[in-house]
Design a protein around this ligand. Structure first.
Ligand code: SF4
Length: 493
């Protein structure tokens, strides 16, 4: 059986980093780990090809080669997936859809022949056998949340690693917390399941053997969701990195309570974690209570960010406006918090009611749902009736973005961040990094309309924070992505 694995295109959002990738000569941020893992679970006798539409276009010849086309993706990839499913069907191909979009019953997948809801590990063998016999059912639902210790190594040979700015490795699924807007806990559960340290070492070995050097993203929703297991993993991770002379810099996502555990922070720093994404959401306590994000109320959020940054780990963070309890001055409070916390990469979004979340159910019960979410909280498109005047909310949201991503404010914040960053692990410098520096100096230093702010930032970083100069250049390049989306009329914001 010839199977084509297709990863649909992401729109131009904060998360795509589309305006930063060309500096490094890269086409996409990470390879499609879910599809590569599915590929490893399909029968070895099947022929497999991968088309990541973020890297190259899907050609008719790809579809003509295939007997069955597997899709995976998130809701935000829905429009691209819908078109690709239609093209596959026009050419008479069977289509199978899985991934988070399948759990959301998104209309984009309505035309697919077979939908796989939930995690595929325990049903993929049955699905493959049914496809071979021509007896596959329209709908498959995972019987339970699988044990991650049985997940095989992803088949990385199907993707060209050089197209990506970072590699992806998954350690855990699920999160113990209860945030009302979160779909992770609905799909992956509240009991975080983890791989073993041996599995992670084997995945890192594979990435290393394939020649990758540079950033590796541990794509967990909450890396510290199972603290007991992560305490066992981290010393092994440190050992692996030391044995291989620290070939990677690591980054991940974690809950704010990471700041409660200095031992974990110390181990993460030792393992060469250089960045962590935190869901801060809001400095407004009433809104955190409303969304049952109690872990963010346990200690001062500003102090938590500063503590993590003092361990040499950059904090990148998510923020949300649109909670029922948001006061009229929420926009100014968000701006002030982001400025004082010195978080250069702040992802601010409008609250969105994702399907099947606690928030979605509450708003439905209150008669406040307007339509299904598009799966992106940076679209200027509310899918529920907020308590604040919608126009005021959208204008306030835009005001936050235009303030925090004005080049002057951004570079000042990045400078303040460098000043409070503790001794950071040095990321290995590879050829694409040198190219990125050259392109940054040319594109941002000579041709941008913010070149004055850029040179001021670079000069100050070189004078005061020479040890973080590589980070300063990376932040300047990332800033370009946010400036483009905020000011140059990107498809969002
Ligand atoms: S901490 Fe993050 S992953 Fe966990 S429930 Fe909250 S939003 Fe979801």
């Amino acid at each position: 059986m010839n199977v084509l694995l297709v990863y649909p295109e992401f729109p131009d959002t904060f998360w795509s980093f589309k305006h930063a990738l060309p500096f490094q000569g890269k086409r996409s941020a990470y390879p499609p780990l879910g599809l590569l893992t599915v590929a490893a679970m399909l029968p070895a006798r099947w022929q497999k090809r991968l088309v990541d539409m973020n890297v190259r276009r899907l050609k008719d010849s790809d579809l003509d080669w295939a007997e069955v086309v597997f899709f995976s993706g998130m809701m935000v990839q829905g429009p691209s997936m819908k078109q690709a499913i239609a093209r596959s069907k026009q050419r008479g191909r069977r289509t199978v859809v899985g991934g988070p979009i399948a759990s959301a019953a998104d209309p984009a997948i309505a035309e697919a022949d077979h939908v796989v809801e939930g995690e595929a590990e325990e049903l993929i063998a049955g699905l493959a056998a049914d496809l071979e016999r021509g007896e596959a059912r329209p709908h498959y639902k995972a019987p339970q949340l699988p044990d991650l210790t049985t997940v095989p190594l992803p088949d990385l040979r199907l993707s060209k690693l050089g197209n990506y700015s970072a590699m992806a490795v998954q350690y855990s699924r699920g999160c113990p917390f209860t945030c009302e807007f979160c779909d992770i806990i609905e799909i992956y559960g509240r009991r975080p399941r983890t791989k073993t340290p041996e599995q992670i070492a084997a995945e890192l070995d594979r990435v290393y053997q394939l020649g990758w050097r540079g950033p590796v993203f541990l794509v967990d929703d909450n890396f510290i969701g199972n603290k007991k297991n992560v305490r066992v993993l981290l010393p092994r991770l440190v050992e692996w990195m030391r044995d291989h002379k620290f070939p990677f810099s690591l980054f991940t996502e974690a809950s704010v309570n990471l700041a409660e555990d200095e031992e974990l922070l110390r181990l993460m720093r030792e393992a060469h974690f250089t960045r962590v994404f935190l869901g801060i959401e809001t400095p407004v306590e009433e809104s955190l209570k409303e969304t049952t994000k109690f872990q963010n109320l346990r200690r001062d959020l500003l102090e938590s960010v500063r503590l993590i940054q003092s361990h040499g780990i950059e904090v990148m963070a998510g923020f949300i406006v649109g909670f029922d309890n948001d006061p009229p001055d929420v926009f100014e409070r968000q701006i002030r918090f982001i400025r004082e916390a010195a978080i250069p990469l702040s992802m601010v979004g409008l609250l969105s009611a994702l399907p099947n979340t606690q928030l979605w159910r509450r708003l439905k019960g209150e008669g406040r749902l307007l339509k299904e979410s598009l799966g992106s909280n940076t679209l200027l498109d509310l899918n529920f009736i907020p308590t604040m005047d919608p126009q005021e909310l959208i204008q306030g949201y835009r005001r936050i973005l235009e303030t925090i991503y004005s080049p002057r404010e951004y570079f000042e914040r990045a400078q303040a961040f460098l000043a409070q960053l503790g001794s950071s692990a040095r990321a290995p410098i590879v050829f694409s990094d040198w190219m990125a520096v050259a392109r940054s100096l040319w594109r941002q230093g000579l041709r941008s309309d913010y070149k004055k702010e850029y040179w001021k930032f670079i000069a100050q970083a070189a004078r005061r924070h020479r040890q973080h100069l590589d980070k300063a250049i990376t932040l300047a390049i990332m800033g370009h992505h946010f400036f483009e989306l905020t000011w140059a009329g990107g498809s969002e914001t």
